[in-house]
Every structure is written in structure tokens, then in C-alpha cells.
Design a protein around this ligand. Structure first.
Ligand SMILES: [Zn+2]
Length: 277
């Protein structure tokens, strides 16, 4: 057991923003409630693994704060990590929790030099001097290592998930919506049902490949991936987290191993979009 005081999990957000890191390799991993094993892999990157893992165990990448000013998703993710560590939120999936642009978050900015969510799929190599380029490369590598150990699609369909959680900067006809990367395939029923469970009313599907983290994990890691836009950007402490309750509950059900469409949930409307949003 690791005590919560020196564990990065008790307050993942504060630990990351303080620039803390485990002092020794032994301190970078541990076991928490329910036999959940954790490992600090990089700044703002923690892997959590349930006590029991087999060839059907789902792997779920949860990212927030790819835009440093989008505070509500960061708060939700940090709270989820704390709740899993304390046994308050059950874990049946491998989870990689990622606080995307920690440097921009520290500065209270959306990004420092370049929009991190336009640098994936290797585009960071075109701007090697950008302050975001090393982070884009590091997150790509972390996602690839995480999914390399994931169950394959033959053993377990829909075993790889990635939810990249954002808040929108512009007012939108839909307060909450999801963006699905272009994969050349129709959207997976499992993802649409999960979005319905998360009370997401609209799904936008890209018709071309993008430079987002969810495009990268869909294309390179074979993940069922989406970018969630959950309402407006606000400063820390001014988020009405109740407005995010539907998505938060659905994320918790997903990592708890529950994946079913609740009765009465409305399937989202689907739109196609040309180009980037
Ligand atoms: Zn964003």
C-alpha cells in the first residue's frame, strides 16, 4: 500500500502542476484499493490496472487538458483517478490517464506556442522548436505503448477506447457533442451507445484525417476514439460540474466494465463535417 500523501493519485492534478515526480523507480508504482496497480509513466501520465487482467480486458485512454484552459475535464479526470485509487470508483479496465498540456495549464493558457491538438500524427516533427512538439511526441509514444499491451480486436471487439475530453470555446447549437475521427468506417455501435449513455445529443464525424490525439489513437492504435466537447471553458472553481455529470457517470461505468445502453437513453444525432473544427 502506498499512503495517499506521497502518491501522485490522491491529487493527480495538483501533483502534476507542481512539477512533482516520483523520486525513485520504486516510488513511481504501487498498489491501491482493490488491488489496483498504478504506475507514473511521465508528467501527467498514469497507468492504472485492475487486479485481474485477461485477454478480454478493455484498455481505456482518458485524456483531458490537451487544451490547457479547459479546466472542467481536468478536474473530472483528476477526481476519477483519486476515486479509483481510494476504491470509490470500481476499475475493471486498464486505464491510461493523461493530463495533456500540463505546461499550458500551469501558465493558465490554451497552449504555449502551438495548439497541441493540431500536432499529432507526426505533425510535431514539422515544428520541432515548438514548446508543444516534445509533448505531442511523448503522448503519441505513451498511447502506443499503452495500446501495444491491450487486448487485440480478435479476442475482444471494442477492447481499445480513447475518450479525449474537452470543453468548447465557441457557443454551439449543441451544448455537448462528440467528434469522431475519420476512419473510413461507419461509427461503431458500441461508441454511439456509450455516447447516448453520456447524454451526448450530437455526433460529428470527420470526413478527412485530422491532427488530433483522437485521430492518432484511432488510426495508429486501433482505438474507438472520440473527442468530447462538454460545454464552455471556465476558470477552475467556476465549473458547474453537475453539467458534466452525464459524461462523468458514463466514463465511470465504462472503466468499471459496464457497457450497456440504459433504457430510455436517446441515441445521438449524427452529422458529417468537412475539415477541422
Ligand atoms: Zn479543447
Amino acid at each position: 500500500m502506498t499512503s495517499s500523501a506521497d502518491s501522485p493519485l490522491a491529487d493527480f492534478l495538483a501533483y502534476t502542476l507542481a512539477g512533482s515526480r516520483p523520486a525513485t523507480p520504486q516510488a513511481a508504482r504501487g498498489e491501491c484499493a482493490g488491488g489496483v496497480r498504478w504506475q507514473w509513466l511521465d508528467e501527467g501520465v498514469v497507468e492504472l490496472e485492475p487486479a485481474h487482467v485477461d485477454e478480454t480486458t478493455r484498455s481505456v485512454l482518458l485524456s483531458a487538458g490537451v487544451h490547457g484552459d479547459e479546466t472542467a475535464p481536468i478536474e473530472l479526470l483528476s477526481q476519477l483517478v483519486a476515486d479509483i485509487a481510494a476504491g470509490r470508483s470500481p476499475l475493471a479496465c486498464r486505464v491510461l490517464a493523461v493530463l495533456g498540456n500540463a505546461g499550458a495549464r500551469r501558465a493558465g493558457e490554451r497552449y504555449l506556442a502551438d495548439d497541441l491538438n493540431r500536432l499529432f500524427g507526426g505533425r510535431h516533427a514539422r515544428v520541432p522548436a515548438s514548446r508543444e512538439a516534445p509533448r505531442a511526441a511523448a503522448l503519441e509514444a505513451a498511447a502506443q505503448r499503452f495500446f501495444a499491451k491491450a487486448a487485440g480486436s480478435a479476442a475482444a471487439p471494442f477492447a481499445r477506447w480513447h475518450l479525449d475530453i474537452h470543453t468548447a470555446i465557441r457557443a454551439s447549437a449543441f451544448e455537448k457533442f462528440a467528434l469522431l475521427p475519420h476512419t473510413g468506417e461507419p461509427p461503431a455501435r458500441a461508441m454511439l451507445e456509450w455516447l447516448a449513455d453520456a447524454r451526448i445529443a450530437a455526433v460529428l464525424i470527420h470526413t478527412e484525417k485530422g491532427a488530433t490525439l483522437s485521430s492518432f489513437t484511432a488510426e495508429t492504435c486501433g482505438a474507438l476514439a472520440c473527442t468530447l466537447e462538454l460545454g464552455k471553458v471556465r476558470p477552475f472553481g467556476q465549473n458547474d460540474l453537475a453539467r458534466f455529470a452525464g459524461a462523468d457517470a458514463a466514463v465511470r461505468r465504462l472503466v468499471a466494465g459496464e457497457l450497456s445502453l440504459p433504457k430510455g437513453a436517446q441515441m445521438p444525432r449524427i452529422f458529417t463535417v468537412i475539415g477541422q473544427i
